[in-house]
Write a protein that binds this ligand. Structure first.
Ligand code: PLP
Length: 427
């Protein structure tokens, strides 16, 4: 399937029905699978035979969808998780544990920042956060002997800064560690981080991939390119026998192409269990089928909205990486020449109060704690997700009190602009 173009793979990768089989893959809504002998089951536990035995570890429906996402990103192995949070946690925890250190871009989703800076810190993993536009020397200075990975978001939520993937990948590789990129906002339709040197890609599939606000989910994809075996001391979990899994050495048994995802499944999914319901994997697959059409429309609509906002007298500033003149435009053109995503951030003149008045005046766009969906949704972080912060704290978090995060959907853009114009007239 990988020889096909990405739009074809969105429809066909991951599952090919045999003669007389259902055209859509089945929802295998079963926790468990039957075997005729204990010996046959035992071989599965020893990883000597492949087959399904318990859905927390693997399920055919989940695997079909994971295989499709793997093909879209151009990876060698992939797995689904029950949320984007779980995907980012697993991706990092699969190679970093107590006493280790990770370098991360400071421009990342707030939930991921909290996961790293608070929860994983409590697990003994230290993070150093660097500005995405830091100099190479500043990036270099963030590394420590115990650094195990570098992390960033292709297009950050909600800052909308673009990660210089090559810069971060080069620095990571110079220190013998992989670059993990959360590719949620552009999706592989607009950016394939492996082509720029990233080693592991994660997703909150809850966003554009599902696209219809149907199912929370996540995914992890391995490029198969990072040579763990070159640094056996640093990545001992991948390169030495896992006594918790029958003494298997993942790099030896599964090669570079399969070691990371097999370990993540056999250890982390086994122990933490953040598996998606097969029904959710099925819904995600339905979303993936139309992803290229929706991404093109999201980007086209968002650019029209950004241009309208830029010229409006009641708008203080606009941030959209696809807008000429935006500080991120050049990077966006390099990494995402066909478009970035559908999210636009802007400030309403008059600060927090004006932003609230604007939001109250919208009728078509829904106020929702959600983003990257077919239906336009909008959030004022200062009065919602970041409500507990005063203006000084907001500034430290890079969120101005007037910031409105506008997730442009695939409606007729004339209706969206009319809605925005009407709401701004009340400000
Ligand atoms: N990564 C990014 C870029 C996100 O925007 C989000 C959620 O908004 C997440 C990860 C977390 O994903 P989820 O909400 O599916 O757990």
């Amino acid at each position: 399937m990988s020889d096909y173009k990405i739009s074809t793979n969105c429809l066909h990768a991951g599952y090919r029905p045999e003669n007389g089989q259902p055209r859509n893959f089945p929802i295998v809504q079963s926790t468990t699978f039957r075997y005729e002998t204990s010996e046959a089951m035992g071989k599965l536990f020893d990883l000597e035979a492949s087959g399904y035995f318990y859905t927390r570890l693997q399920n055919p429906t989940n695997d079909y969808t994971a295989a499709k996402i793997c093909a879209l990103e151009g990876g060698t192995a992939a797995m689904l998780t029950s949320s984007g949070q779980a995907a980012n946690f697993y991706a990092v925890f699969n190679i970093a544990s107590c006493g280790d250190h990770v370098v991360a871009s400071s421009a990342i989703y707030g939930g991921t920042y909290n996961l790293f800076a608070v929860t994983m810190k409590r697990m003994g993993i230290e993070f150093t956060f660097v500005e995405p536009d830091c100099s190479e020397a500043e990036l270099e200075a963030a590394f420590r002997p115990n650094t195990k990975a570098v992390f960033g978001e292709t297009v950050a939520n909600p800052a909308l800064s673009v990660l210089d993937i090559e810069k971060f990948a080069n620095a990571a590789h110079a220190h013998g560690v992989p670059l993990i990129v959360d590719n949620t906002f552009p999706t592989p339709i607009n950016c394939r981080p492996f082509e720029w040197g990233a080693d592991i890609v994660t997703h909150s599939t809850t966003k554009y991939m599902d696209g219809h606000a149907n199912a929370v989910g996540g995914a992890i994809v391995d490029s198969g390119k990072f040579d763990w075996a070159k640094y056996p001391d640093k990545f001992a979990g991948l390169c030495t026998p896992d006594e918790s899994y029958h003494g298997v050495t993942y790099t030896e048994r599964f090669g570079l192409e399969g070691a990371f995802i097999t370990k993540c499944t056999a250890q982390l999914m086994r122990d933490f269990g953040a598996i998606p319901a097969p029904m959710n994997a099925y819904l995600l697959n339905v979303g993936l089928e139309t992803l290229p059409l929706r991404m093109a429309k999201h980007c086209e609509n968002a650019l029209a909205v950004a241009k309208f906002l830029k010229d409006h007298p009641k708008v203080a500033w606009v941030r959209f990486p696809g807008l000429e003149g935006d500080s991120q435009y050049e990077l966006a053109k390099k990494y995402m020449p066909n478009g970035t995503c559908g999210v636009v951030s802007f400030g309403v003149k008059g600060g927090r109060k004006a932003a609230e008045t604007f939001m109250a005046g919208l009728t078509l766009a829904s106020i929702a704690t959600h983003v990257a969906d077919a239906k336009t949704c909008v959030l004022h972080p200062a009065s919602a997700t970041h409500r507990q912060m005063n203006d000084a704290e907001l500034a430290a978090a890079g969120i101005s009190p007037d910031l409105v995060r506008f997730s442009v959907g695939i409606e007729d853009v004339r209706d969206l602009i009319a809605d925005i114009e009407n709401a701004l007239s009340a400000v």
